[in-house]
Design a protein around this ligand. Structure first.
Ligand code: FES
Length: 69
C-alpha cells in the first residue's frame, strides 16, 4: 500500500520580513527542535528578534522602523 501523497512544500522569502512556508508538517529550528505546523501557511522569523521563535511575531517591523530613523 502506497503512503498518501505529501503536499508540496514551498518557501517564499519576504524582504525584510519572515519566510513564508506552505505545506510543511514540521519546522526545525537552528537548535534542531521540531515545531509542529498546524496551518497551511506559517511565517518563520528570519530576523532573529521574534519573541515567539521560530514564528514571526511582527517584531521585524519595529526593528526596521528603528533602523530607518
Ligand atoms: S521576521 Fe518577523 S519577527 Fe523576525
Amino acid at each position: 500500500m502506497r503512503p498518501p501523497a505529501r503536499p508540496e512544500v514551498s518557501v517564499q522569502l519576504c524582504p525584510g520580513g519572515p519566510v513564508l512556508v506552505r505545506g510543511a508538517d514540521v519546522v526545525r529550528d537552528a537548535g534542531g527542535a521540531e515545531h509542529e505546523v498546524t496551518r497551511p501557511v506559517v511565517a518563520v522569523c528570519a530576523c532573529g528578534m521574534s519573541g515567539r521563535a521560530p514564528w514571526c511575531d511582527g517584531t521585524h517591523k519595529v526593528v526596521a522602523a528603528k533602523g530607518a530613523g
